[in-house]
Design a protein around this ligand. Structure first.
Ligand code: OGA
Ligand code: MN
Length: 194
């Protein structure tokens, strides 16, 4: 699978893979979503603030050096992507950061880039969808745009699927959902984070 992802990245800069995680595994993650979430904020450092008109999700940052055991498959995936992309594309990827996210019914995340204006080290974005069920009428699609702001792809967040993309090349948004939407988002950086 990592092979297929690398081919997609080479060809188009993003890759979506369905059914990477099975139902049983998704069920085993539900307790991780029960506690310690805080409102996601926008901006960096002192400028950080809650702006629900921009994003309404709740997040829980994880320590990649001491991740919850339940997420070992996902952590290994981040490492495997890093090795493969460094070998194939010489991206110079180093550390990654990640957080769990839940979008309550009615929430969304407006179009944005994952790179902060004055920090260009976020290079690869990876998102696993961790809810156990998702129907088209639940909404919550991820919409990928190109740099000209044309829609490239609208992706329904199917349970257990993953999307990988080159952070700086794809503005994206999360459409309003009508059911709680759960994910793990990771970014691999071109610098060490500690
Ligand atoms: C993000 C993000 C997209 C998604 O967390 O930066 O854009 O599909 N998430 O959850
Ligand atoms: Mn994003």
């Amino acid at each position: 699978m990592i092979d297929r992802i690398a081919q997609d990245i080479q060809a188009q800069g993003w890759s979506y893979q369905a059914k990477v995680l099975d139902r049983q595994h998704l069920e085993s993650l539900s307790s991780l979503f029960e506690t310690d979430f805080g409102p996601a904020r926008v901006g960096r450092n002192e400028q950080k603030q809650r702006v629900e008109e921009i994003r309404g999700d709740w997040i829980k940052w994880l320590d990649p050096k001491d991740p919850p055991e339940e997420l070992s498959i996902e952590m290994k995936f981040f490492e495997d992507i890093k090795l493969e992309f460094n070998q194939q594309f010489y991206l110079g990827l180093k550390d990654f950061e990640c957080h769990l996210a839940k979008y309550p019914s009615g929430s969304f995340y407006k179009k944005h880039l994952d790179r902060f204006e004055n920090d260009s080290s976020r290079s690869v974005s990876i998102i696993f969808y961790l809810h156990e069920e998702w129907k088209p009428e639940y909404g919550g699609e991820l919409v990928l745009y190109n740099k000209q702001n044309e829609i490239l792809k609208t992706i329904l967040p199917e349970p257990g699927s993953v999307i990988v993309f080159i952070s700086e090349d794809f503005p994206h948004e999360v459409k309003t959902c009508t059911h709680e939407r759960r994910s793990l988002t990771g970014w691999i950086h071109t610098k060490n984070l500690t």
